[in-house]
Write a protein that binds this ligand. Structure first.
Ligand SMILES: [Zn+2]
Length: 193
């Protein structure tokens, strides 16, 4: 942002207009932590990661969300005033038209989802190859996964290398996440304190 050197462990800002992730030095991260300072253009991406082992999402409900693949992320877009669904593909992040009634039902079953910070936090779903993993993550995690798939995918099914990488991505994410429940409404504001 300001041109100062960025430490290896650093926070990210989201450019809301271009949905681009930018590295931020400590000073910039503190500055942009106050929403007013950002003038609505940049938002500091939070750093809470929750493993939602008890998320209520049946196969039927998953079908109703109408995702064409088994890896996807969902976030509330302030500009669109609704939840958007994306999935990683060899072409980059791809939007899927989301059934909003199905999302509302999912949110009713899982109150923790009401606490998704608009634009900068997402529900990340991994149901690929029999997995059933759900995390509430900073949006930059989703773009890391997107980048991994965009650059490593080979042929129609991706190839072994990309699936090994995807496996390692979720292992790392799991290691950095703390367990939370779908009913944790208190999680809606916990990250601010
Ligand atoms: Zn800076």
């Amino acid at each position: 942002m300001c041109g100062a050197p960025v430490a290896p462990e650093h926070r990210h800002l989201l450019d809301l207009r271009e949905r681009r992730v930018m590295c931020a030095c400590r000073a910039c991260a503190i500055l942009f932590d106050r929403r007013a300072a950002s003038d609505g253009h940049y938002r500091l991406i939070p750093d809470r990661r929750l493993r939602l082992a008890d998320l209520e999402l049946s196969d039927l409900m998953w079908e109703e969300l109408r995702l064409p693949v088994e890896l996807a992320f969902f976030f509330r877009s302030a500009a669109d005033e609704r939840v958007l669904a994306f999935y990683p593909s060899p072409m980059g992040p791809t939007e899927s038209l989301l059934d909003l009634d199905a999302w509302a039902a999912l949110e009713a079953d899982n109150p923790v989802l009401a606490g998704l910070e608009p634009d900068v936090e997402a529900l990340l779903v991994n149901r690929a190859r029999g997995a059933r993993g759900y995390w509430l993550v900073p949006i930059d995690e989703c773009y890391t996964l997107v980048g991994l798939i965009r650059t490593r995918w080979r042929g129609l099914t991706g190839g072994r290398e990309v699936w090994d990488e995807i496996g390692r991505f979720f292992e790392r994410l799991d290691g950095r996440s703390r367990p939370a429940s779908r009913n944790d409404e208190k999680e809606t504001t916990a990250w601010r304190s």
